[in-house]
Design a protein around this ligand. Structure first.
Ligand SMILES: Cc1ncc(COP(=O)(O)O)c(C=O)c1O
Length: 324
């Protein structure tokens, strides 16, 4: 049987349309109250003290490397399997991406391979929490601390994922999220840098807006800056998506995925490979065959859920992250 799985798609209701329209009726289309609300809501959700919203996940990664102090010629360890923005952002700051192997089940950085790749020029590690699955943070934190390296968490695909009860993005020095339409929650285009370091957050905020300082006329440019601002329209879209509580629904799915993550499903799903079956689809599929003992959802509901996710769309490519 040939099964077609929709990769992704935004889920936009009248609530989002009304929220964006309401912003258009105001004179404040950028750097307004929606930005402040978006940043504080997401930072709180991600267990971080500070959030700096930007125009994309790539912009967030670029700023993360800058505030982490990565310099031209430094080496930055990145996963060999990741979206190209990860390696590109390392090149933006003139540093050298050093590709390191991943773990075949989680698709995330293999800590032993990270340690083996460290040289005297290594300055930072970017760990990507791939497809909603948290990476081995305990080991990575231990290695980066031991070698005095910065740890940047790319949580662009993993909003809501938890590692030992802490949200991904909050465990390293600085974290990044992305809100392109294939993500758990979309802003159309957008991203966020999160950190618990007030100095890093202040510098990222300044770099996002042309390197502007805080003078009254706004024309003291303290260093080379960028226009990585995100509009009020995008921020309002995120806030409306969040109000619809798409995330808790997805969380339930990912809990089930996580519950069974030790077992490989691929052999049970003829025609589906890891590539095409995202963790969410696998989670749904697993739900369908899981014993009720393991599932929070009645077993009788499972086949219907499986059908809905495999045969109809759109569905998000990246599930709300698993909890491990
Ligand atoms: C792991 C990862 N990092 C970074 C990005 C870049 O995000 P954006 O497309 O918003 O620049 C993505 C986007 O898919 C991603 O999956």
């Amino acid at each position: 049987m040939h099964i077609k799985i929709p990769l992704s798609g935004p889920d936009i209701s009248e609530l989002e349309i009304a929220a964006v329209t309401a912003v258009l009726r105001t004179p404040r289309l950028s750097l307004g109250e929606k930005l402040v609300e978006f940043e504080s809501q997401l930072a709180r959700y991600a267990d971080c003290a500070h959030g700096v919203a930007v125009s994309s996940g790539t912009a967030a990664l670029h700023l993360a490397l800058l505030v982490a102090g990565v310099q031209p010629g430094d080496e930055v360890i990145v996963p060999s399997f990741a979206f190209i923005a990860v390696a590109n952002s390392v090149r933006f700051v003139g540093a050298i991406p050093v590709f390191v192997d991943i773990h075949e089940r989680t698709l995330n950085l293999a800590p032993a391979a990270v340690q083996a790749a460290i040289t005297s020029r290594t300055r930072a590690v970017i760990v990507v929490h791939t497809f909603g699955i948290p990476a081995a943070m305990q080991e990575l934190l231990e290695i980066t601390r031991r070698f005095g390296l910065r740890l940047i968490e790319d949580a662009c695909e993993s909003l809501g994922a938890e590692y030992h009860r802490r949200k991904v993005g909050s465990l390293g020095d600085v974290g990044t999220f992305a809100f392109y339409p294939n993500k758990q929650i979309t802003t159309g285009e957008g991203g966020m840098l999160v950190t618990n370091d007030a100095g890093m957050a202040a510098r990222a905020r300044m770099l996002r807006n042309h390197g502007r300082g805080t003078s009254a006329d706004g024309f003291d440019h303290q260093e080379l800056g960028y226009n990585y601002r995100i509009s009020e329209l995008n921020c309002a879209l995120w806030l409306a998506q969040r109000r619809r509580k798409c995330m808790p629904k997805n969380c339930a799915i990912s809990r089930i995925w996580n519950c069974h993550r030790q077992r490989s499903l691929t052999e049970k799903l003829v025609g589906l490979s890891m590539w095409f079956a995202s963790p969410r689809v696998l989670a749904e599929a697993e739900l369908a065959i899981a014993s009720p003992r393991h599932s929070r959802i009645a077993a009788s509901a499972a086949p219907d859920i499986l059908r809905r996710f495999i045969f109809s769309g759109p569905t998000a490519m990246f599930p709300i992250g698993a909890r491990i």
